[in-house]
Ligand binder design. Structure first.
Ligand code: SAM
Length: 305
């Protein structure tokens, strides 16, 4: 028997008939909070990784791809994003990216689960890199949707970085029409909302549903994606706004805004990457065009596994 067959494996189910296996070098933490199961593992291929309810959230090796793709297209497209709301974002890597923009005056991060944030602070400094200590950050422990209820005309950017919509999980009501209406109200008139939107590879129906739902409210709803090795998949995002079409900023303009506005290193995002992420291939487009479903509280969209 070859040695690796004896390893412990983290198996992440994507659909009832597809799963990905990652060799575990070390279990750093394993437990249960009031809201979800938490594991912090060291994986042979991807380094330290946060796993919630059996789903890989981010891994040190390539988290920059996911977090830069989530944060920068909307932030760079907006003319002057000063007030930013991050919903979810437990590991602190999303606020880390937001804080690289010099124009940002405040970032409010609203995560449901204090324990996930505390565990990330303790075990995953490679992800937050001290972002929680920045004077501009306000940390709130609450349900992101509840938090939005009394907010009006407050934010330039809302970034939704919550777990995938699992049936019975804490986040599926942050992918519905009712949620996006609250977000629209909380945004300033020219604000942009961006959300992680599951996988165009093995959940294109969920991805297209999130796009359609946002497009039913906002004038522009732009889908984009990139490959994330640790997710073994393309990963999808949608950015929406009444003023900005995120896909319309050209390569040179993205690069010049990065130079003017961003302090610190980017590992993934630049003008070419921005453009490339907005180009949806024909295969994915042709499936997405057939989906006209809208997610509501009564009929939410769920991950298949
Ligand atoms: N990158 C991620 C992924 O691949 O799904 C998301 C990362 S982040 C760790 C997800 C965070 O969303 C967790 O810290 C979780 O506590 C938070 N979360 C889940 N449901 C939430 C809700 N209803 N309101 C606020 N935060 C929520």
């Amino acid at each position: 028997m070859v040695e690796y067959r004896e390893w412990k494996w983290f198996i992440e189910w994507q659909t009832p008939c597809e799963a990905h296996m990652h060799g575990i070098k070390k279990v750093i933490y394993s437990g249960k909070t009031k809201f979800q199961n938490v594991e912090i593992l060291e994986l042979y291929n991807y380094g330290k990784a946060l796993i919630l309810d059996g789903k890989l959230q981010s891994a040190v090796y390539d988290e920059a791809i996911y977090h830069e793709a989530l944060v920068h297209p909307a932030m760079i497209t907006h003319d002057n994003p000063e007030r930013v709301l991050v919903i979810g974002g437990g590991e602190g890597a999303t606020i880390r990216e937001v804080l690289k923009h010099e124009c940002v005056k405040s970032v409010t991060m609203v995560d449901l689960d204090r324990e996930v944030v505390e565990l990330s602070k303790k075990y995953l400094p490679e992800l937050h890199k001290g972002a929680f200590d920045d004077q501009r950050v306000e940390l709130v422990y609450a349900d992101g949707r509840k938090y939005l209820e009394d907010k009006e005309d407050e934010f330039d950017i809302i970034i939704v970085d919550v777990t995938d919509p699992l049936e019975g999980g804490p986040s599926y009501k942050l992918y519905t029409l009712e949620f996006y209406r609250l977000a629209e109200k909380a945004l300033k008139k020219d604000g942009i909302i961006v959300t992680q939107a599951t996988s165009p590879s093995y959940m294109v129906y969920a991805y297209a549903t999130i796009l359609r739902t946002m497009a039913s409210i906002f004038k522009y709803a732009t889908p984009y994606y990139t490959f994330v090795p640790a997710f073994v998949s393309l990963w999808g995002f949608v950015a929406a706004s009444h003023k900005y079409d995120v896909s319309k900023v050209d390569i040179g303009e993205v690069d010049s805004r990065i130079k003017k506005r961003i302090r610190g290193e980017l590992k993934f995002y630049d003008g070419i990457t921005h453009k490339k992420m907005m180009l949806i291939d024909k295969f994915t487009r042709s499936i997405m065009e057939k989906v006209d479903n809208i997610a509501t509280d009564e009929r939410p969209v769920f991950m298949p596994a």
